[in-house]
Design a protein around this ligand. Structure first.
Ligand code: FAD
Ligand code: FES
Length: 258
C-alpha cells in the first residue's frame, strides 16, 4: 500500500453527474489488481476529514490511474471542482480485489451504475472474453460500454425505463445467461446492494461461483477502525470481516445478508 501526493491529469464531467478523474501515480499502476480501490483525500477541504473510497477503473501502462465517480455528496461534489494540476493525497491500491478469471469458466460481469468502473480491469486482464451485463435507470446512466466492447466483450444492457437495451433489471438478462451457462459461468458483480444480493442468490441457485464487491461506508480504509464490517460465514462460523481489508470482494456463499 502506498501513500502519495500525486497530480490530477484531468477531472472531466462524463454524463449524468459522473466525472472521470485521472491521476499520475506510476508507483501504483503497476501493482493494481482488478477490484481494488484508492482512498482519496479531498484537497483544500479541511472540513472533509475522512478520505473517500473509489474503485480503480483503469491503471494504464503510462502511469495514469483513473476513477469514475458520481457526485452524491459534499466530498464528491468538492472533488468535481478540482482542476488539472492540483495535488491530491492518494492511498492505495487497497483491499482484496477479484481473483483471476477461471480459465475453464465463462466470465460474466454484472454491473449497476458506477459498478462498471470496478469491473473494467477484470475484462481487460481476462484471458478469455465474456459477457458484461450492465444496468441503470436510464440510457444516461450507462457508462463506458464502448470500452468493454472494444475489448471484444459481449455487452448487454438493461434499463429500468427501457430507454436502452432490455427494459428491466440486470437479473432478467442474467437469468437467461445462467440458463445457457449454468455452473460454467463465473460471476463478477459490483453495484447497489439489492442487485448484489440478487446476483448472489442466482450464483447459489445455479451452482456458479459469484464474486461480489461490497460497497460499505469506510473511514480508515485499512482495517483499523471497523467502520466497514460485514458478517461473513467462514467454514460454518459467522465472523465480522472488514470490507476495506478482507474485501471488498467476497464469494457469494460467504456473505451473510441482513
Ligand atoms: C470499495 C468502494 C468503491 C467505490 N467505488 C466508487 C466508484 O468507483 N465510483 C463512485 O462514484 N463511488 C464509489 N464508491 C462510493 C463512494 O465512496 C461514495 O459515493 C463517496 O464516498 C461519497 O462521498 P460524498 O462525500 O460525496 O458523500 P457523503 O456526503 O458522504 O454521502 C452522500 C450520500 O451518499 C451515500 N454514500 C456515501 N458513501 C457511500 C457508499 N460507500 N455506499 C453507498 N452510499 C454511500 C450517503 O449515505 C449519502 O446518502 C465506492 C465505495 C466503496 C466502499
Ligand atoms: S474502514 Fe476502517 S476498518 Fe474498514
Amino acid at each position: 500500500m502506498l501513500l502519495e501526493k500525486v497530480t490530477i491529469q484531468y477531472n472531466d464531467p462524463v454524463q449524468s453527474g459522473y466525472v472521470l478523474m485521472a491521476l499520475y501515480v506510476p508507483d501504483m499502476t503497476g501493482v493494481v489488481r482488478p477490484g481494488q480501490f484508492v482512498h482519496l483525500r479531498i484537497p483544500n477541504r479541511p472540513d472533509l476529514v475522512l478520505r473517500r473510497p473509489f474503485s480503480i477503473y483503469r491503471a494504464d501502462e503510462n502511469g495514469v490511474l483513473s476513477v469514475l465517480y458520481k457526485k452524491v455528496g459534499e466530498g464528491t461534489r468538492g472533488m468535481a471542482t478540482l482542476k488539472a494540476g492540483t495535488t491530491m493525497d492518494v492511498m492505495g491500491p487497497l483491499g482484496n480485489g477479484y481473483p483471476d478469471v477461471a480459465v475453464h469458466k465463462t466470465p460474466v460481469l454484472v454491473a449497476g451504475g458506477y459498478g462498471v468502473a470496478a469491473l473494467y480491469l477484470v475484462a481487460k486482464r481476462s484471458p478469455k472474453k465474456g459477457i458484461l451485463i450492465a444496468g441503470g435507470r436510464t440510457a444516461d446512466d450507462m457508462l463506458c460500454l464502448d470500452e468493454f466492447a472494444s475489448l471484444g466483450w459481449d455487452v448487454r444492457v438493461t434499463t429500468d425505463d427501457g430507454s436502452m437495451g432490455t427494459k428491466g433489471f440486470v437479473t432478467q438478462v442474467l437469468d437467461g445467461v445462467l440458463q445457457e451457462y449454468g455452473d460454467k459461468a463465473e460471476l463478477f458483480a459490483c453495484g447497489p446492494e439489492g442487485m448484489l444480493k440478487a446476483v448472489s442468490e442466482r450464483g447459489m441457485q445455479w451452482g456458479a461461483t459469484a464474486w461480489i464487491s461490497l460497497d460499505h461506508h469506510m473511514a480508515c480504509g485499512v482495517g483499523a477502525c471497523l467502520a466497514c464490517v460485514q458478517k461473513i460465514n467462514y467454514d460454518g462460523q459467522e465472523k465480522l470481516a472488514r470490507v476495506c481489508k478482507d474485501g471488498p470482494v467476497f464469494e457469494c456463499r460467504t456473505i451473510v445478508w441482513e
